[in-house]
Design a protein around this ligand. Structure first.
Ligand code: ZN
Length: 132
């Protein structure tokens, strides 16, 4: 169903400050930033090999990333797996008894179609299905 790690999502307090580490120290290059209003986040994607690091900064105090940081601090927030057909993947997940946060695909940064699986069904990891 899934064929590679599309990206790793990291919750950060300050995107610009964080880029100093990822670009300045690790030498990655941001492919640009985008604000996704629906999820109340500003996102930067940094390609590395055939995958990407996704840095997520909340644009609102009540956004999911702000809540995540309040509870857990900064850090890895989700892992995204690439799928070819997200509708089929969601249907298969549900059929196999996996609890989905998103039963329908929603808009993700870069024009991707995404859906999150509930961590209670995935042994504690917030898994994003992502179709490019
Ligand atoms: Zn993501």
């Amino acid at each position: 169903m899934v064929n590679k790690v599309d990206h790793i999502g990291i919750a950060v307090k300050d995107l610009q400050e964080t880029l100093k580490f990822y670009e300045g120290v690790l030498g990655l290059k941001s492919a640009g930033t985008e604000t996704v209003e629906e999820q109340k986040v500003k996102v930067a994607f940094l390609p590395i090999g055939d995958t990407e690091v996704e840095l997520l900064e909340s644009t609102s105090e009540d956004g999911p990333i702000a809540k995540y940081i309040e509870k857990n601090g900064e850090g890895v927030q989700h892992i995204a797996f690439k799928v070819d057909d997200i509708e089929a993947a969601i249907a298969e997940m549900k059929e196999k008894g996996i609890r989905m946060i998103d039963e329908k695909p929603r808009y993700g940064a870069g024009g991707a179609k995404i859906a999150f699986c509930h961590p209670k069904s995935t042994h504690g990891v917030l898994i994003e299905l992502c179709q490019r």
